[in-house]
Design a binder for this molecule. Structure first.
Ligand code: FCB
Length: 486
């Protein structure tokens, strides 16, 4: 029997076929309107993208133009202390190649540069007469940066203490070193604050004290007993406070100052109110000797009672100095401290990293991107900090150049994207982070690991000192230019 098909039926079939086809197209190729994806991971307007280095790790010229030796010159010249017996004698020869390095940073889209000033370049004996040739180097560097649209941020102490002070007083074991540091800080502020508007006092109290005076791995290579170690800790936070005051007294009006500490950032493994509260409590206590003392002008009860008879000797006046008001707080963020809430006192517990927890090239570098969300959030919430800089974040990687000579550092890009996503999460919720300094612009001398561990966006061939941007340099440039996670 023939099937009767009306015109109407035919129209219906054609229509549904057309609909079916357009539905398939819609899945495969969405309409223009729906396909328009708005990138959500933007940073606030004016967010400052920068790169970070430190004097001993890049400058070289260890005994040129009147520079005195530092405790790192002494340590690296002692055989067996550093991997492969590497030294910073030449390092990246940045002292002579700074103009080329500024151009490289400019090409990476950096708008700010955090470098450190070598104290023994300015005061070869730690105190006394200044070496103007040393000062001239930083003055030229700053001019070069400003001429290329890069804002200078100077750290006054990134671990290269004048050896003269170690020999004369035992370095940070002496209160006099704190006073000498303030004099040096005031001098620099007076001479350079016409062009440097942001100063960091001391970089990573925790690292240079625990490794330099606790385990002996870093300069000056000491293993002090607990009471002396606590006194060293106290002298450095005191030095920070005295330097803040000296800078305020000597610098041009409007010069800003703060510390750059590696914060022990409590990260709640499970983001529920009880674990978050535990992470906050942990963060306050874990930073008690340094950041908490600086931000509260007191040592916590927990710190003093656990130190007992080994607690540092201090006066109420010291605490006022240590707690001197700041313009901003700089934090270096590399690893998380995973925390969970428990019933027993103190209400929190550190959770150990599982064996398979991912790491980057340095043995200490466990990956925990959430640290870059929680660290600024804790600063804002616990201490009401109004201006924050991420003064360091980055990673070491194996960094083998491919046949074409380029390092395709996929792992560094993965690392940075993961961390920056968490930082963006923080700024989008209102954390007052004003800028981010990536560690580091170039591969450099990585302390006890020598040149074996590479942290740069730019690869350095240590035989020729030739610099070549890695793939991650393009990633950074895109982030800095677009002001969002890419
Ligand atoms: C930080 C230091 C910096 C660099 C990075 C990898 O602890 O401040 O000098 O070594 O680690």
């Amino acid at each position: 029997m023939p099937i009767r098909t009306t015109r109407r039926d035919l129209t219906k079939v054609a229509l549904s076929a057309a609909l079916a086809q357009s539905a398939t197209e819609a899945t495969a190729r969405p309409s223009r309107k729906r396909a328009r994806w708005i990138p959500a991971r933007r940073f606030p307007n004016g967010f400052l993208w920068g790169l970070a280095t430190a004097s001993y790790q890049i400058e070289g010229a260890w005994n040129e133009d009147g520079k005195g030796p530092s405790i790192w010159d002494r340590l690296t010249h002692t055989r067996g202390k550093i991997k492969n017996n590497d030294t910073g004698d030449v390092a990246l020869d940045h002292y002579h190649r700074y103009k080329e390095d500024v151009q490289l940073m400019k090409a990476l889209g950096a708008k700010a540069y955090r470098f450190s000033i070598s104290w023994p370049r300015i005061f070869p004996e730690g105190t006394g007469a200044a070496n103007t040739k040393g000062l001239d180097f930083y003055s030229r560097l700053v001019d070069e940066l400003l001429a290329n649209g890069i804002k200078p941020f100077a750290t006054l102490y990134h671990w290269d203490l004048p050896e003269a002070l170690q020999d004369r007083w035992g370095g940070w074991e002496a209160r006099d070193t704190a006073t000498a540091f303030a004099d040096y800080a005031g001098y620099i502020a007076e001479k350079l604050s016409d062009r440097i508007r942001h100063f960091f006092t001391i970089n990573e109290f925790t690292t240079f004290i625990e490794l330099g005076y606790g385990t002996g791995l870093h300069a000056p290579g000491l293993k002090l007993p607990p009471a002396r170690l606590n006194q060293v800790r106290h002298h450095t936070v005191l030095a920070h406070g005295l330097a803040v005051q000296a800078i305020r007294a000597k610098a041009r009006r409007g010069t800003k100052v703060g510390p750059a500490e590696i914060i022990a950032a409590g990260v709640p493994l499970i983001e529920t109110p009880d674990h978050i509260a535990a992470a906050e409590r942990y963060t306050r206590e874990a930073n008690a000797a340094y950041l908490t003392a600086i931000l509260e002008g007191r040592y916590t009860d927990g710190f003093l009672s656990s130190a007992g008879a080994n607690a540092p000797k201090f006066t109420p006046e010291d605490l006022k100095v240590i707690g001197s008001p700041l313009d901003f707080v700089g934090i270096n963020v590399y690893v998380p401290k995973y925390v969970r809430a428990i019933e027993a006192v103190p209400g929190y517990e550190l959770v150990a990293f599982s064996k398979s927890h991912p790491r980057m090239a340095s043995s200490w570098h466990v990956i925990g991107p959430e640290a870059l969300y929680w660290a600024p959030r804790h600063l804002a919430k616990l201490w009401n900090v109004k201006e924050i800089y991420i003064t360091e974040n980055g990673c070491g990687a194996s960094d083998q150049p491919a046949a074409d000579g380029v390092v395709y550092d996929s792992d560094r890009i993965m690392f940075l994207r993961s961390y920056l996503t968490q930082l963006q999460r923080a700024t989008s919720e209102g954390a007052p982070v004003r800028g981010y300094f990536l560690w580091s612009s170039m591969d450099n001398f990585e302390w006890a690991d020598g040149f074996a561990t590479r942290f740069g966006l730019i690869h350095v061939d240590y035989a020729t000192l030739q610099r070549k941007p890695k793939l991650s340099a393009s990633f950074f440039r895109a982030v800095a230019t677009l002001n969002r996670v890419v």
